[in-house]
Each structure stands twice: as structure tokens, then as C-alpha cells.
Design a protein around this ligand. Structure first.
Ligand SMILES: [Zn+2]
Length: 171
């Protein structure tokens, strides 16, 4: 079934696709390009810095990111792979467009390298030890069905318990 791009919207936890391991994209075709374009629009509308395909209920290994908010900084990462995480880690506050109202510091490597395919089907590699590195790791987690509620400290889970329960209740 082809994707109806106009119907794509950001889904919230506990939507089942958020807990599904996403599958590789076999060919970068017009449908993939149209979905990526719509995901970029949705990310900006929601004032997010990244959005993964499972967050629009597509179990595809693709995410979009824009850590600066500038329109010429939109990036698309298809079938990404993360390598060479730095030994140094840090805690930094994260939220998630699929977990509205929930925030917590999450521990991650500071630096990382990403290799992915772009919308022309070309492979590229980037390295960052700034905000993009954190966004890549957060979005890549989505492709593996991992959410920030899985990575919070027990105390932060307690702090966010009511917001999580409200989402689970469909409130
Ligand atoms: Zn997220």
C-alpha cells in the first residue's frame, strides 16, 4: 500500500509502531522522498530538532533532523549506522515529540559518527560532538524501538510517572 503522505502525522506513545524495530529502506524512490519532505514539515511545525519515521507510524529506517532550526540545515538520514561513540558521556535534557510533556536528562556519548544514505541514494558520513550527535542518537534509538522513557533514571521515571500514565490511558 503506498503511503498517503498528506495523512502522515506525529503519533504519541504508546502507538505500537514506536515499539516495532524499523526495517531498512530498500530503494530511495519518490515515495521515500515525499515522506521525508513531509516529515521535515511536521518536525518544523512541532518545533522539534529531529523526527524518526516510526514517529509518523512508518516502520522505516529513516529520520530527519535539524538541530539549528535554520531551513537550510534540514537533513535526511536513510538506513543510518552509528559508529565510534566517544568514551566520554554526558547527561543532557531531552524531550520527544511522541512523548509530549515528558522531559529528562539522558546519558549518551558526547561524540559519534553517522553513516547514512541521502535522498539521492548516496552514502555520506558525518561526525559531531555537539547537539547533532545527541539528536542522531535519540532518533536512531527510535529505529530500534527505544524511547527516552527506557533510558531515564528510576527517579526521573517517577517524576514523569503521571504524564506517562496519561499517555498510556490515551488522555
Ligand atoms: Zn523522540
Amino acid at each position: 500500500m503506498p503511503v498517503d503522505v498528506d495523512k502522515l502525522k506525529i503519533v504519541s506513545y504508546p502507538h505500537p509502531v514506536l515499539r516495532e524495530k524499523a526495517q531498512p529502506i530498500e530503494a530511495v524512490n519518490d515515495e521515500v522522498r515525499a515522506v521525508a519532505e513531509r516529515m521535515i514539515e511536521l518536525m518544523h511545525e512541532a518545533r522539534g530538532v529531529g523526527l524518526a519515521a516510526p514517529q509518523v507510524a512508518l516502520p522505516w529506517r529513516m529520520f530527519v533532523a535539524n538541530p539549528t532550526g535554520e531551513s537550510d540545515d534540514d537533513r535526511v538520514y536513510i538506513n543510518p549506522a552509528l559508529t565510534e561513540p566517544s568514551r566520554d558521556t554526558e547527561m543532557s535534557e531531552e524531550g520527544c515529540l511522541s512523548l509530549p510533556g515528558i522531559n529528562a536528562p539522558i546519558m549518551r556519548p558526547i561524540g559519534i559518527t553517522i553513516t547514512a544514505t541521502d535522498l539521492d541514494g548516496n552514502t555520506f558520513t558525518e561526525t559531531s560532538d555537539q547537539l547533532p550527535a545527541r539528536v542522531w542518537q535519540h532518533e536512531n534509538d527510535h529505529l530500534n524501538a527505544v524511547l527516552i522513557i527506557d533510558k531515564m533514571t528510576p527517579n526521573d521515571l517517577r517524576v514523569n510517572r503521571k504524564a506517562i500514565a496519561a499517555l498510556e490511558a490515551g488522555a
